[in-house]
Design a protein around this ligand. Sequence first.
Ligand code: HEM
Ligand SMILES: *[C@@H]1O[C@H](CO)[C@@H](O)[C@H](O)[C@H]1NC(C)=O
Ligand SMILES: *[C@@H]1O[C@H](CO)[C@@H](O)[C@H](O)[C@H]1NC(C)=O
Length: 529
Amino acid sequence: MSAAYLGRVYATWCNASASLTAYYLGAFCLSALVIWRFWRFTLQPALSPHYARRLPYSIPVLGQALSFFRDAEGTMTGGRLHFKNTREPFALTVMGETIYILTSSADVSALYRRTEDLTFDAYITDTMTNMGASIDATRRMWEAPQQRSKAQFANPKNEPLAHLSLTIFQHQLHPGQPMKELEKVLLDRIGEMMSWKRLQKTPKAIVTSGEQTMTVSLLEWTTSVMLTSATEAFFGKALLKIDSDMLDNYSYFDKHSWKLIYKIPPPWSTGMRKARDAVRSTFGNYFSLPVEERNDSCWMVKALEVEMKACGIGPQDIGAYLMSIYWVINGNAWKLAFWMLVHILNDESLLTEVQKEARESVALTDDPSAMVEHLEKSALLLSIWNEALRFCTSAITIRDVARETEIGGKMLKAGARVIVPYKQMLRDPEVFGHDADTFSPRRFLENKQLAKSPSFRPFGGGITYCPGRFLARKEVLLFVGLVMARFDVRKKDPSGPVPRLEEKRPCLGVLSARDGDDLLVSVSQATVS
Ligand code: HEM
Ligand SMILES: *[C@@H]1O[C@H](CO)[C@@H](O)[C@H](O)[C@H]1NC(C)=O
Ligand SMILES: *[C@@H]1O[C@H](CO)[C@@H](O)[C@H](O)[C@H]1NC(C)=O
């Protein structure tokens, strides 16, 4: 027997034993995984049936993270269907964290009432930290209030500023004198900006200019009018004077801000973080100006500054907090106006009808607030407003489980987060009909009860119910009404594509258009017939 032969036998034997080891190891891992999955998703739920069930996943800890970041809405739909579409509460697992998903309107109503067990506090702190406020400022927002001066807002319940601020938003934005004053400034500003002359001086919106007719980007036209007017109505002229790039930087931030909510680290979020820092520093500079130079801001902005100063918070941190308010003020309304116009312009007979109603309303008065009162009486326009809210929002409500609690017959564990993805209800065919996945402008006109359905909650609800919903409707209806009344607007390419909703990216309110999607329109001055 040669040594070479012996060597070959030895090598063969070693190989076999190595692959045998690999085989046993593989088999061991596989059976461990099978046992783990059986325990986690079959045995454990069977032993504690009163807890909300967990959507099965294959990679421990990571859970549904990858699928969630790729397509959050799709993951939640998948979960709902996995549990036979009963709309019972279920749990996702994302990076080791438990997130309960509620998709039934009855469970959402229960969540609104369960304010002690399901709290919003951690989210307020998170948002401040996300905006770059200092830890010290965040701590001061939660401190019990000190002695109060005359300049401060009444605080009978002795709430910390983090909670008092919700009452301050409502005082400014719910119907009443303070809302009337702000509404007048905002609507007058929109009225001024909606002229042929002003449009000619908006180079970003103009694709091809002309004396009689121009080609205009609907996206740029809408943002420039609605963001500028809201920025000036809330904060006065100083903000845009300090930084004329602010709207660009804010828009970039807004578009990528979901990365902040889901804690995507740099380098994948570097651009968003830079834009955020640029905007925040503008807000910091704004609050460093002497008060007299920005006395044209609205009451709420002044009141929040007074309260924060009284807590010992400095201008940079006041800026960071007010930037988060700026973001909720400006994040949604212009997108809704854009989608309403996209759907009106895409339907020749609808366009004719809306145009007629808008022109009649606008012809009655020169005062924008009065125009809106007429526009708000147009049942067709209100139906399109509601349908755009239904079809184009993907709002969420977030709460944290402070104490173990029951919702919809299922227990939720303390320490977990709860998310209400409203789109799951806004597209429910059992409520809105078999065509719930299409935009139907007359849906709310044909069924007047729909707007009152508990499945129709585009503005959220409970303690975080959007306080800006009254003003939002007015500014959006005025903008859409003036586009229809003061201009002749047509799709540039009548058979061209319609902008699509960006439905994959996580979203907090009204959905954006997909990257690169826009509607080019031919615009001329309205011919008065
Ligand atoms: C069509 C436009 C709008 C939509 C769809 C919308 C939707 C929402 C939603 C879903 C929330 C969170 C609700 C929750 O967490 O349960 C919210 C909060 C808020 N919205 Fe709006 N909103 C719009 C316009 C506005 C406007 C124009 C303003 C201000 C004038 C505004 C001010 C606020 C404020 C201050 C909050 C925070 C409330 C809090 O933190 O408790 N919103 N909005
Ligand atoms: C802010 O906007 C300006 C103008 O569009 C741009 O040049 C600049 O790079 C932006 N800055 C950041 C940090 O995004
Ligand atoms: C704002 O301040 C200016 C002086 O800087 C003053 O002339 C004006 O009356 C003030 N306006 C209000 C509304 O207080």
